[in-house]
Design a protein around this ligand. Sequence first.
Ligand code: AMP
Length: 509
Amino acid sequence: MNLAEWLNRTAQRTPSAPALLHGTHVLADYRELARRAASLARALRERFAVTPGDRVALVMGNCPEYLELMYGAWFAGAAVVPINSRLHPREVAWIIENAEARAAFVCDELGNALASLIGARSTAVVAAGGRDFATLGNAEPLPAPVARGRDDLAWLFYTSGTTGRPKGVMISNGNLHAMTSSYFVDVDAARSGDAMLYAAPMSHGAGLYNLIGMLRGARHVVPESGGFDPAEVLALGRALREVTMFAAPTMVRHLVDRAKAEGADGDGIRTVVYGGGPMYVADIEEAVAVMGERFVQIYGQGESPMTITALGRAHVADRSHPRWRERLGSVGVALCCVELRIADEEGRELPPGATGEILVRGAPVMLGYWRNPEATARTLRDGWLWTGDVGALDTDGFLTLKDRSKDVIISGGSNIYPREVEEVLLRHPGLQEASVVGRPSAEWGEEVVAFVVPKPGAEVDPGELDRLCLDHIARFKRPKCYFVETELPKNNYGKVLKTELRARLAGNR
Ligand code: AMP
């Protein structure tokens, strides 16, 4: 089924409910949002010859047009290629060409640079929000969304690819149906009148989460800052009420710091779904202490979008449970539509407690990588997605992530999971961030090295960090060396770039 049907049905049911907001300003109700999508679909078809199955690229930061275009493309039967607008124009051009996008809607800053890079070829480049764009939105609406099947491509998401070229992850309509329905079953409730706040990049899972609100007739709110500003988020919570948002762990930390500084508790924010990277126990404990029961964790990846496990609100907040802390350090339990397996290198299932690669099977798992059968065969084997994440299940079915398989440090023949060391370092009250990587060592193969960022105004003595490690983890796991930094290198989604830290160690600082 075409995902744009969900918008159409909500528009039929509640035509005058507010649908699209910029800050607190209502731009369109559901009738109008559905009409705009249907008009854009006509324009895509007639102006840019977009036919069902074609790709339409969106290279924009968070803006209200994002949702109009996403649904316009789906309405026309096309797949959306979301591209991070902060990538270098050459990287953007490469993705557009790889996807063979018929049209690319871009933010103003990128327009000219891109047009000269891909201008002569087969992709039309349109500035979203420009005058030409406004005329597209006035085309005669298509009467109904084009019929699409479960396995038709809906979302072609390019992985950030820390090595080599990014790969296009093919996500189907069926994958997104599964993501959306399991949200209601396993992650959180959603209601009409909720406000879905897009503070995290819409070109990532946070944008896909709009489907939940679209189905329920919620308000879709793009902050005026176009991104994440903690003070703005707290103010929007108070003004809009019933806010749900996705936030990466670094965003949660900044939100909590701001709430503390303001003496606020996140009033009006109902749910913060966090994930996309490790949330350290000390951080989530503080988040709950400051803002209360508003947090739900999910674990997913582009290849199984937002949908592998979840740690529900009660599990995050229930301090009375004897294993509360342990569970807080986990990513929760498998969602209803996936099977989970911890496997050794041959794919043999390992028992609870054992550490191995996390394998996932089920309805949200991608179709494969776009025009890349080798990478697909490596990653999808016998129907199982090899996530590249390493973890362990406990006897109650809670999954704890240890690390990405490529980040595991092997020192003197023992596996060391940086996350475990980072968790201990972050117990130090003066520490804001810590990231642990392996450094080549003639004696041990690799040795543990930590990059740490003190809190503003705090001094951190490596001797104290060393003692903390000696008190909590095996001797061989403690860092041999600490680098005190003012910040850690991160990608646009806030993930620490361990490859860059390793490159610094190799002398390429
Ligand atoms: P991406 O495909 O860019 O969404 O990145 C997905 C990766 O982020 C996963 O494979 C994990 O390594 C990491 N990740 C996602 N969610 C979590 C989480 N809740 N806790 C720790 N790491 C996570």
